[in-house]
Design a protein around this ligand. Structure first.
Ligand SMILES: *[C@@H]1O[C@H](CO)[C@@H](O)[C@H](O)[C@H]1NC(C)=O
Ligand SMILES: *[C@@H]1O[C@H](CO)[C@@H](O)[C@H](O)[C@H]1NC(C)=O
Ligand SMILES: *[C@@H]1O[C@H](CO)[C@@H](O)[C@H](O)[C@H]1NC(C)=O
Ligand SMILES: *[C@@H]1O[C@H](CO)[C@@H](O)[C@H](O)[C@H]1NC(C)=O
Ligand SMILES: *[C@@H]1O[C@H](CO)[C@@H](O)[C@H](O)[C@H]1NC(C)=O
Ligand SMILES: *[C@@H]1O[C@H](CO)[C@@H](O)[C@H](O)[C@H]1NC(C)=O
Ligand SMILES: CC(=O)N[C@H]1CO[C@H](CO)[C@@H](O)[C@@H]1O
Ligand SMILES: [Ca+2]
Ligand SMILES: [Ca+2]
Length: 629
């Protein structure tokens, strides 16, 4: 076991803050870090990452200020879809280790004050799951598993051979019909993803009970939360009605996925019952939350993964009488790329989420994941630091994809080395589908395979060669201007400053180049922070004093201190706010004392009140300059 990067000199406090409510909502003041287990750390030199590898690196998270890790699936699986095809929900795949390795991981994580989240894959199992192996044998009543999956007879009044009489026009996400013929049963089964991933039948209460049992199994092991995968796809229309054609479809989408795009998925995703099952799972998590029988495991986090418009996501938060997920992942930012990056666009995305957030609910941000090209490739290497500033300093819980803290980039993998089934199933357009580029091994140091594996052969995906030129943990730990040093500084700021622990957000200047916002603490008198991000392609110099005044806010002496700049070259410097120069791709955070003259809208602003405020300020001995010079 080797995790060879240098230990940082400062450790962060791992205590969690409580927010006054009865529930201990620890997840509000944490950073979630997504680990793709095949790619994080290989402990046994077979070229594939594993649980013991992750365990050997846990101190890293204390050092960089990450409080929560989330693992993509590590369950027993034939790996047709890299673990999203589960063959046993209650076992660990041998590639990743054993259940003992898992127990060791969770116990050490908890000792270090870390929280651990697991993926839960409820929509389907592997075709090698025992339930499916039994289910496919026969449809007669002696088969206990016969209705565990969605089985259907050949369409009636069909003159073709039965195996060609598919029940309807539904198309799988990976291309081709959702229906797969099974000779033994003389029936089709439904699969919304690969044919190796038969959909479970949630109309069957036994299936529900099995999945509830699975959740309880992991919660009993002390897992701190679950991220529910592909929840949209759980239910299908039970009359099996055809899906309508997509009128906006153009054939610009290449490959088999085109077929999926050509239909409107009104019968196979987002059926109202998906919300009910979400609320039901919340109840199960709550059996284990804030429970005196579970000292040390105060509250379990529930996150759902749903790719959809943000409005369609809101019901996942719950209703007035039923609690839902703590949050559905907010993927707005993962779709930003070079063409549409701008200050205005970022505000549009941020504001859309913040405005529609149901009362009392908590926002969250995701900048990358195992299904999307890395920031460095989507938006450009110049902007990766700025993206970390955005992700970690917006109100809400950030999720970082492993390697974002050191600005890892995509790799290129030839087709003959490609691993991702999404690409392999689309041989003529594989480059448009492959997710291998963002799944390359974590870059720890400058040794062989970037310290990820001791194998003398190949690692499961190649290591990005830029590990030799500074993109690795050890080099960046030793450099106080690195992307990692920036990340650690931001993580510490979030943890230490009350201004970053509320969900208040005030936009200041927003232009084609600039997205800037103010974070203020609930308690007046504590420090506020002006965060300025230049997402454009040219430098900008702007007057933030004037912009704040328009919003009825003034600052002490029109100046502050740069607490962190994305290039780590302006930290600690005094900064006037009348003329702030921010280079293209740069971000800076200025600590200022802000005084709200009057938070009410303008009409109620009386001259007396302004006078009173000014008098109060003068009497308190603070001198303000109102004009920028
Ligand atoms: C039920 O299925 C089994 C195996 O698939 C078969 O052996 C048996 O004869 C069937 N029973 C009935 C009543 O059809
Ligand atoms: C940005 O443009 C890409 C296409 O280049 C598109 O797929 C994506 O949805 C756009 N993102 C936003 C946030 O508008
Ligand atoms: C794999 O593809 C690459 C690039 O397309 C090529 O250079 C290489 O020879 C191929 N290797 C094999 C074993 O076919
Ligand atoms: C598909 O991939 C090719 C090659 O990488 C690229 O040039 C093209 O723009 C992609 N098309 C789409 C629709 O993403
Ligand atoms: C980095 O270290 C150097 C040398 O100790 C110091 O002068 C500089 O201020 C440090 N920079 C930051 C951003 O901490
Ligand atoms: C933009 O700002 C950077 C850093 O302040 C500076 O080095 C660069 O010359 C500026 N570019 C232009 C075009 O003014
Ligand atoms: C967005 C998405 O589809 N994520 C995962 C959902 O489930 C499928 C199949 O299990 C996976 O392939 C995806 O990575
Ligand atoms: Ca291994
Ligand atoms: Ca389903």
């Amino acid at each position: 076991m080797r995790c060879l990067w240098m230990r940082a000199i400062f450790l962060f406090m791992t205590t969690t803050l409580s927010f006054g409510s009865k529930r201990d909502e620890w997840w509000k003041n944490t950073i979630v870090y997504q680990i793709y287990p095949r790619s994080f750390m290989d402990s046994d030199g077979d070229g594939v990452g594993d649980l013991a590898g992750i365990t050997s690196c846990l101190e890293y998270f204390n050092d960089i200020g990450v409080g929560t890790i989330w693992l993509n699936p590590v369950y027993k699986s034939p790996m047709a879809d890299f673990g999203y095809d589960v063959a046993d929900f209650k076992d660990i795949d041998h590639i990743f280790g054993t259940m003992a390795d898992f127990d060791e991981l969770i116990s050490k994580a908890h000792q270090l004050g870390l929280k651990l989240l697991m993926d839960f894959v409820p929509n389907h199992t592997s075709d090698q799951h025992r339930w499916f192996v039994e289910s496919r044998k026969s449809k007669n009543s002696t088969n206990q598993y016969k209705d565990y999956y969605v089985w259907e007879d050949p369409k009636q009044d069909c003159s073709d051979p039965p195996h060609q009489c598919i029940p309807n026009n539904w198309v799988s996400v990976f291309g081709g019909s959702v229906w797969e013929w099974v000779q033994e049963r003389q029936q089709f089964y439904l699969h919304q993803f690969l044919k190796e991933q038969p959909d479970l039948n949630y109309a069957n209460p036994q299936v529900q009970a099995e999945m509830d049992d699975t959740l309880r199994f992991w919660l009993t092991k002390g897992v701190d939360g679950l991220r529910m995968d592909a929840t949209r796809h759980i239910y299908e229309n039970d009359k099996l009605e055809d899906e309508p054609l997509n009128p906006d479809y153009t054939d610009s989408v290449p490959g088999e996925h085109a077929q999926y795009q050509s239909l409107l998925h009104t019968k196979t995703v987002d059926l109202p019952k998906v919300y009910d099952v979400t609320y039901h799972w919340r109840e199960i998590l709550d059996e284990f939350s804030d429970n005196p029988d579970w000292p040390g495991y105060p509250s379990r986090l529930m996150v759902v993964e749903v790719y959809n418009s943000h409005k369609a996501l809101l019901p996942y938060y719950g209703t007035s009488d039923r609690r839902g997920a703590d949050f559905p992942f907010n993927f707005g930012l993962v779709y930003l790329n070079k063409e549409n990056m701008s200050g205005i666009k970022i505000q549009e995305l941020v504001n859309a989420w913040m405005e529609d957030l149901p009362p009392g609910k908590w926002p969250n941000w995701v900048t990358g994941n195992h299904d999307r090209p890395r920031i460095a490739d989507r938006v450009g290497i110049t902007y990766t630091r700025a993206f970390n500033v955005l992700n970690l300093l917006l109100p809400g819980t950030p999720t970082s994809y492993y390697g974002e803290e050191i600005a890892m980039g995509n790799i290129w993998v030839a087709f003959n080395k490609t691993q991702d089934p999404f690409a392999i199933n689309n041989p003529n357009h594989w480059e448009n589908y492959t997710r291998d580029p963002e799944r390359s091994p974590m870059q720890w140091d400058r040794s062989h395979h970037a310290g990820f594996s001791t194998t003398t052969g190949d690692t499961w995906l190649p290591v990005n060669q830029n590990y030799l030129s500074g993109v690795n943990v050890a080099d960046q730990m030793a450099d106080n201007t690195s992307t990692l040093a920036l990340y650690m500084k931001l993580a510490a700021l979030r943890k230490e400053q009350p201004a970053f622990q509320t969900n208040h957000l005030k936009y200041v200047i927003v232009t084609e180049n600039i997205f800037s916002f103010l974070r203020m603490p609930d308690t007046p008198g504590l420090e506020s922070f002006l965060v300025i991000i230049n997402a454009g392609t040219s430098n900008s110099t702007d007057d933030y004093s004037a912009a704040l005044k328009k919003k009825m806010m003034i600052t002490e002496d029109n100046s502050g201190i740069v607490v962190v700049s994305s290039n780590m070259d302006r930290n600690g410097k005094p900064q006037g706010i009348c003329n702030v120069h921010v280079a293209a791709g740069e971000a800076i955070v200025i600590r200022i004392s802000v005084y709200v003259i009057n938070s009410e809208p303008a009409p109620s602003l009386s001259p007396c009140l302004i006078l009173a405020t000014m008098l109060a300020i003068i009497f308190s001995g603070i001198v303000f300059r109102y004009q920028c010079t």
